[in-house]
Ligand binder design. Sequence first.
Ligand SMILES: [Mg+2]
Length: 423
Amino acid sequence: MFPFEGGYMGEKTIFLIDGQSFYASIEKAARPELENRPVAVGDPARESGIILAACPIAKQQGVTTAERVGQARAKCPELVVIRPRMQTYIAISLLITEIFESFTDRVEPYSIDEQFLDVTGAVQSPEELARKIQAQVFLSTGVWCRVGIGPNKVLAKTATDNFAKKNQKGIFTLNESNIAETLWPLPVHRMFMVSTGMTRHFLRMGLTQIGDIARLDQMDFRRRMRREMGRQSDIQADYYWQIACGIDPSPVESGIRKELKSISHGKALRSSLYGELADIQVVLLELVTEVCRRARRRGFMGRVVSVGAVETDGDRAWGFGRQTTLPEPTSLAHEMAKAVLPLFAKHWSGAPVSRLFVSLDSLVEDKVMQLTLFEDRAKAYRRERAIDRIQDRYGSAAILRASSLLEAGVARERAEQIGGHYK
Ligand SMILES: [Mg+2]
């Protein structure tokens, strides 16, 4: 019946680790005076702006993520609304990845505040390991993590969302031994990847609990899905049936460390907002900063830099990509920016931009290069590395510098960031 080897769910130990109220927790950790106050992250100057995150105290008072700032304030007049600092959140997310990588080399970021870990074969018990990771992340960042444990990714994610987020210790194990009593009685809309539209289909089919799907024979479920949704629904039927049963053969895929040839980063923009060079440069700087940080983390410098853009007149879109070779390999943002900004300016037609992209290529390992650095560049590297380590965790000068540089960009990007994160 089940086409997989070993236990039908798999025999690995997978964690899905979620940072509680991620942005709000980072802001609260940075401002101890707010410890006992309701805090949310959003644009304090715009009542129609959206709440990106709310701390548990704010949530207790009815504040929810993705509602409007005005609505949240109506429910909770003492709410402290803090402007988001995306660069800082990205930096702390990377720091958390590093902490995870000290426990296993199989770490797969799933979103800014969720990551999968494959800890199969660890010496400690999964729960012990989970507690240790929770303590270490909390100590380093002020973020409280919830850990869902399972024999595969779907069960780990399900364990986090439905159980670990709701219990005191923030840890829950979901597997073959307890799935029938814990997951299957839950309503179908609580199932991973099930939208409201799909929920309606299931309810029309008389399937109200997750177990109603899991207990059906796979072929029987297919037939019922075909009657509800048409003949083309077999793939979806198999997918949902496997999720309900807790089957997921997909591995945790960590970043490709070895054959790294290029490090790139791109971003979609609302072209109506990006017609001015100054605004576009802000985003280019953000992309360059991120690419260089990744290069340093992975131990590379690059000698060729590229910049690309998609331009649009509203009806048509066209693009360009250009590259240039630097006198020496680098992974310093200011050196890369010095090449990228003029390269863009030279080739940009002046039309609104809907997508930007930068990359660093012809990579060499930076260990060798270090030795040849002149003192001023060596100094710049020491400074950037110190920032990378985020020893000054919550307001490292360079991160603040970057975020004030990026203020215009971040403010304009906010709508898209929200979309990107919450869709
Ligand atoms: Mg979270």
